[in-house]
Each structure stands twice: as C-alpha cells, then as structure tokens.
Design a protein around this ligand. Structure first.
Ligand SMILES: Nc1ncnc2c1ncn2[C@@H]1O[C@H](COP(=O)(O)OP(=O)(O)O)[C@@H](O)[C@H]1O
Ligand SMILES: [Mg+2]
Length: 123
C-alpha cells in the first residue's frame, strides 16, 4: 500500500547568524498509511511545529522529500500542490494567534472556503 504521507530525510535549518544554522528538523523519515494516526511528541522547541509546517507546505524545506499518495509535493506543479492542499488541514495549538484579530468572523470563515473554491465570495 502507498503511504498517504511519507517524508524522506526531511530537513529544515533556520539561519540564526552569519553562518550559523539552527537544525530545527534534521533528517525526519516517517510514513503514515490511510486511516492511521501518528503522534509526534517531544520537548518544547524540538521541531514538532516546524515539521508540521513543512508537510503542509507552509515552510520551504532545506532538503529532503515529502510524498502525498506517492506524489512528490516539493517538486510537483502549483496546480497539483493546490489540489493536495485542499485535503490537508493544520489545527494550531493557540487559537488566539491562529485568528487574525483584524478580520471579521465572516472573513475568517469564508477566506479558506473561497481560496479552496468551495464557495464564491459573496461580499
Ligand atoms: N522561523 C523561524 N526562524 C528561526 N528559528 C525558528 C523559526 N521557527 C522555529 N524556529 C526554531 O526552531 C526550533 C523548533 O521550533 P518548533 O518547531 O516551533 O518547536 P516545537 O513545536 O517542537 O515546540 C526552535 O528552536 C525554534 O526557536
Ligand atoms: Mg509547537
């Protein structure tokens, strides 16, 4: 069976100085099959959120590979990536920093629906 999500030697290094890098995610290999759940556990700052952002495509990876249903999403076209992202969702830990306080409730709820073409903008 093809894994629903697979990462191969996934890395994210943040530049924190002139030639200094913080190795937030350093060679993660994981595989999740459809219908199964994977929990990533570790102390604060060990790279859990960064890993989540990488697999969602919210952060560019330094190196490595990410496959959804066997499709290499780091090297596929924009249309393919947009299609994949419709099926993904990140739920942030802190609801207060997840929602933009400058936006109305209508805007907060409708924006992802309009962006994913699930409905038209009725504003
Ligand atoms: N945009 C960024 N720039 C620089 N360092 C970052 C950035 N995002 C996260 N980090 C650092 O990467 C490490 C991992 O952070 P994070 O993934 O948020 O950890 P966790 O979610 O496990 O608490 C931390 O040392 C954090 O300070
Ligand atoms: Mg976190």
């Amino acid at each position: 069976m093809i894994a629903m999500l697979r990462t191969v030697d996934l890395k994210k290094y943040f530049r924190v100085g002139k030639s200094k890098f913080l190795h937030a995610v350093d060679g993660v290999n994981l595989e999740i099959t459809a219908g199964s759940t994977l929990g990533v556990v570790g102390e604060s700052g060990c790279g859990k959120s960064t890993l989540g952002r990488l697999v969602m495509g919210l952060l560019p990876a330094t190196s490595g590979e990410i496959f959804y249903d066997g499709v290499d999403i780091l090297h596929c076209g924009k249309a393919e990536l947009t299609e994949r992202r419709r099926k993904m969702q990140i739920i942030f830990q802190d609801p207060f920093s997840s929602l933009n306080p400058r936006m109305s409730v209508f805007e907060l709820i409708s924006e992802p629906l309009v962006m994913n073409r699930a409905c038209k903008n009725r504003k």
